[in-house]
Design a protein around this ligand. Structure first.
Ligand code: M6R
Length: 352
């Protein structure tokens, strides 16, 4: 059942601290500060990586490729249904990772077969034990989120990102800062669930005809995911952009009636550039809702500032994402939508 929650989605949002602990369980050797993944026995650090996925899992793939490139491994992410239209070369020591919650998505399985035909070594990142993808890949890593009933992916996205971090740390020599961030993540996420108030942000977005989500770097996939979640369950047009891209055309749509949700974590050049982008939309009178870890002060010039705990920059986007989940959920609830079963959608898409 829904365990006292109005919807499975809300229950699943609240299950995230538990899902994170499950994903980490037995995989981090705290004493030696090392990630140990039995799943990867026989798999060495790849020379190059390709991720193939759809929807929310595609956003996890964008996040994953960013982390691999940061560790010096060339990595690309493909929308599975496009992969075979122009298949990329598969080199020696190339790893192809299929990210799929259900393990049954036809587009992803079909792209995977294309990669296998080209000789790729393959890894499945999935939630469902024994699903089709696990039978077709050389290696499987489970995200261990537990069953997800809501059609909109929530806890499984968070668990995908945790699993990706484990993969990167196992291959990249275990950064103490990331491991600390992961260790604290369940607690930090719980504090977001307990303390963050999205009521007025949700009311503002639910009242709009369209809204935008922007973020840079690791917050770009979070912005895309925030928009997908929002449109999927509210039926309000939402679009996610890399923060710097809005000005290359879509800024023409921005008015005082177009709320913009900006995700800002970390304290670096990227965050400062995103602030510049926020100022551009503000000068068109768009209301701006910032989701921030507070490392850079934004509260003084945005309409609303939603604060998340400070943590490692690889991990902060996971906390920001939870705020966007809550905003989407609250907005959809205000609009009286069918949150667990949005119109026209199915949990597992088994046709191409
Ligand atoms: O099971 P998969 O991860 O392969 O599913 C991929 C997409 O169909 C899925 O993530 C979809 O985008 C979600 N409904 C989004 O909430």
């Amino acid at each position: 059942g829904k365990g006292g929650y109005d919807h499975y989605m809300l229950k699943e949002i609240h299950e995230q601290p538990h899902a994170i602990r499950q994903c980490l369980s037995g995989r981090v050797d705290e004493l030696h500060g090392r990630v140990e993944l039995e799943e990867l026995d026989g798999l060495s650090t790849p020379k190059r990586v390709q991720f193939i996925a759809c929807g929310t899992s595609y956003h996890a793939g964008l996040y994953a490729a960013h982390l691999f490139r940061e560790m010096g491994v060339p990595a690309q992410t493909f929308i599975a249904s496009e992969y075979a239209t122009s298949p990329p070369p598969v080199g020696e020591d190339e790893l192809v990772v299929a990210i799929t919650q259900s393990g049954e998505t036809a587009d992803t399985l079909s792209a995977l077969r294309e990669a296998k035909a080209r000789g790729a070594e393959t890894l499945a990142l999935t939630n469902v034990v024994g699903s089709s993808v696990t039978r077709e890949c050389d290696h499987t890593m489970y995200i261990r989120a537990g069953p997800e009933i809501g059609v909109a992916a929530s806890k499984t996205f968070t668990s995908q990102l945790v699993a990706v971090n484990l993969l990167v740390e196992a291959m990249n020599g275990n950064d103490a800062g990331v491991l600390t961030g992961l260790r604290d993540l369940a607690g930090d996420l719980q504090s977001v669930l307990d303390r963050v108030n999205v009521r007025s942000a949700a009311a503002q977005l639910a009242a709009a005809d369209r809204c935008f989500f922007v973020g840079r770097g690791l917050n770009h996939p979070v912005a895309l995911e925030g928009a997908l979640k929002f449109k999927e369950i509210t039926y309000v047009h939402a679009e996610g952009f890399p923060a710097g891209e809005l000005k290359h055309g879509s800024l023409a749509l921005v008015t005082e009636d177009t709320p913009v949700v900006a995700v800002l974590t970390g304290d670096d050049e990227e965050t400062r550039k995103t602030i510049g982008n926020i100022k551009e939309v503000e000068s068109r009178d768009a209301p701006v809702i910032a989701v921030t870890d507070g490392r850079v002060e934004v509260a003084s010039f945005v309409d609303e500032c939603i604060q998340i705990p400070e943590t490692h920059p690889h991990v902060a986007p996971l906390l920001a994402n939870v705020v966007l989940q809550l905003i989407a959920y609250r907005s959809a609830n205000l609009l009286g939508r069918s949150i667990d079963k949005p119109r026209n959608l199915a949990k597992s898409v088994t046709v191409e």
